[in-house]
Write a protein that binds this ligand. Structure first.
Ligand code: PMP
Length: 445
């Protein structure tokens, strides 16, 4: 009988963590876990960092909370400057929040207010991808393309126009360029049918997160979407809540693709699990237009509090000091190579995709047709349990909307070393052997 008042864990009996250090956590029974997914792809620097703790304590000793209309907030200004520098000044205004959902929500509202300020009030609709995940608040849910989360709220949300992004695993193959061009042409048609003058912004994750299992959209597609936004006069909002702050090997994933967004939402890795902090980054002229028209009608009490911003600043400074992006590149190559070996070994391991230290692994019932396992078999939960039994945490997702199979993310802290990367792959390999034996039951067995 579970007496916990926490209803989000109903029915499950999870062990308590006794302590954590680097890429490892230990539960109260003494079991050790290698954190192969940085919690929820958030603990980017690993656990138990003294430098982050010290920076937080120093800020706590000064002041934990000040309100933005009452005092200048030095940590917020410093973190804002640091973030702008990470975009090489391409996005030079920052609005702080406490979560990814709030960052996306803020982007949607700032974009709409921009067009209201310009007198283009007919722009009231967003375009986004299916599948996608942009957060749990009602606005962010409106642009999210993931039926299990949307269904109960259809009557409450303003749903965006949903379009399909490229899917190189199922449709690319021989000619990726023509696949992308076809997808872009379909997107153009959908926007033209809806009325381009009604669109506020296109919202997308430059590399998918949990919803798509790290689906990579690629340069041709992203540049195509940028061009469509320019042609139709709407904004491009990138959701880098998961990919931002180093996860894919550059500070932001868009920097791989020679495009610039108009607005960018980031969160998770910015606080690196030490404290909630997220940010909306924006082009100056967008912010100026909104401010000139009376200001941004939006805000949260805890947004950009000094403790949050001191934490975010300590995270970025640690990453710069330790050249963490170089480590992401080196460990990313090792992970990619190791996952390719596993893929060659297990036919039901359909696709491995990603970049940097963000890798998605998709399971399929039939490698030839790429048909997913039936949803009711909950393979995603089984593989997660087997990995856990081998002392490895991975981040799972059930098969979705008939467009992708069960999948999981491998996305360890960005500071993981070479030995631990090898250990991660070894534990994953053992879990996959058990999955193969216990549940996949291949015809040849
Ligand atoms: N956008 C993306 C791409 C995400 O991965 C997430 C979190 N998984 C969110 C938005 C929402 O962030 P949060 O859970 O911090 O509200």
């Amino acid at each position: 009988m579970n007496h916990s008042p926490l209803f989000y864990q109903a029915g499950t009996a999870l062990p308590e963590v006794s302590h954590a250090d680097g890429v490892r956590l230990w539960d109260a029974h003494g079991h050790e876990y290698l954190d192969g997914c940085a919690g929820a792809i958030a603990c980017n620097l690993g656990h138990g960092r003294r430098d982050i703790r010290d920076a937080m304590l120093a800020q706590l000793d000064r002041v934990a909370f000040t309100y933005r209309t009452q005092f200048e907030n030095a940590p917020a200004v410093a973190l804002g400057r640091a973030l702008v520098e990470l975009t090489a000044g391409q996005l030079d205004k920052v609005f702080f929040v406490s979560s990814g959902s709030e960052a996306v929500e803020s982007a949607l509202k700032l974009a709409r207010q921009y067009f209201v300020a310009r007198g283009e009030t007919q722009r009231r609709r967003f375009v986004s991808l299916r599948p996608s995940y942009h957060g749990s608040t009602l606005g962010a849910l409106g642009v999210t393309g993931y039926r299990p989360l949307e269904a109960a709220f259809d009557a409450l949300i303003t749903a965006s126009l949903k379009v399909a992004g490229p899917d190189f695993y199922r449709h690319g193959d021989a000619d990726d360029a023509s696949h992308v061009d076809r997808v872009l042409a379909e997107t153009r048609q959908a926007i033209e049918a809806a009325g381009p003058e009604s669109i506020v912004a296109f919202v997308l994750e430059p590399i998918g997160g949990a919803s798509t299992g790290a689906r990579v959209l690629g340069q041709r597609y992203l540049q195509g979407i940028r061009a469509l936004c320019d042609e139709f006069g709407c904004l491009l909002i990138l959701d880098e809540v998961l990919t931002g702050v180093g996860r894919t090997g550059d500070w932001f994933a868009y920097q791989h693709y020679a495009i610039t967004p108009d607005l960018l939402a980031t969160a998770k890795g910015l606080g690196a699990g030490y404290y909630p902090v997220g940010a909306l980054l924006a082009r100056t002229d967008i912010v100026d237009a909104v401010m000139a028209a009376g200001g941004f009608q939006h805000g949260h009490t805890y947004a950009g509090n000094p403790l949050a911003c001191a934490t975010g600043l300590a995270v970025i400074e640690a990453m710069q000091r330790e050249n963490v992006l170089d480590n992401v590149a080196a460990r990313g190559r090792e992970l990619e190579a190791g996952l390719a070996v596993l893929q060659a070994r297990f036919p039901w391991l359909g696709d491995v995709r990603g970049r940097g230290l963000l890798w998605g692994v998709e399971l399929v019932a039939d490698p030839d047709t790429k048909a997913p396992f039936p949803a009711e078999e909950n393979r995603f939960a089984r593989i997660t349990a087997l990995a856990r039994a081998e002392g490895l945490l991975i981040y799972p997702r059930r098969t979705l909307d008939g467009v992708a199979g069960d999948h999981f993310l491998v996305a360890p802290p960005l500071t993981i070393g070479a030995d631990d990367t090898a250990e991660l792959l070894e534990r994953l390999s053992r879990a996959l052997v058990r999955f193969d034996r216990e549940v996949a039951a291949p015809a040849s067995a």
